[in-house]
Design a protein around this ligand. Sequence first.
Ligand code: MG
Length: 148
Amino acid sequence: MSAREAAYDAAVAKLNSIYSGQIPEQVAREIADAALDTAPQSDPWTPIYRLVGWLDRQNGRTDHEISMRLLKLVEEAGEVAQAYIGTVGQNPRKGVTHTRQDVADELCDVIITAMVALVSIADRAPDDILAAKLAKVTRRASSEGGAR
Ligand SMILES: [Mg+2]
């Protein structure tokens, strides 16, 4: 299997995982194709716009749907906690159930769902909003002696 095929399969699996198998297989494959063919690694927004477009076509963009996209972010954040707890075996009944890679994977779900929510709710370019926020946080950290 080539690296691209592996990335393609991983993208389809990730889409199915994030959206609990609610994305039709063909749509997931189209999104994965588009992401791999058109999005340079430095531009994660292209596949996000496609995901948002697909959600908009399927569900519309009502206040209820926006709420669901925000709730999805909370769900994914919970999965980060679940995975991390699973790395330390805090639950004696379950033991160690997850790896650090699982936690990283769940963090990526948070990032993706946050980007989807941001695109869905933003009244200006979401990449500009993120860039401005990053600059603000970095400036603040720098003024406090960090992030130089
Ligand atoms: Mg997840």
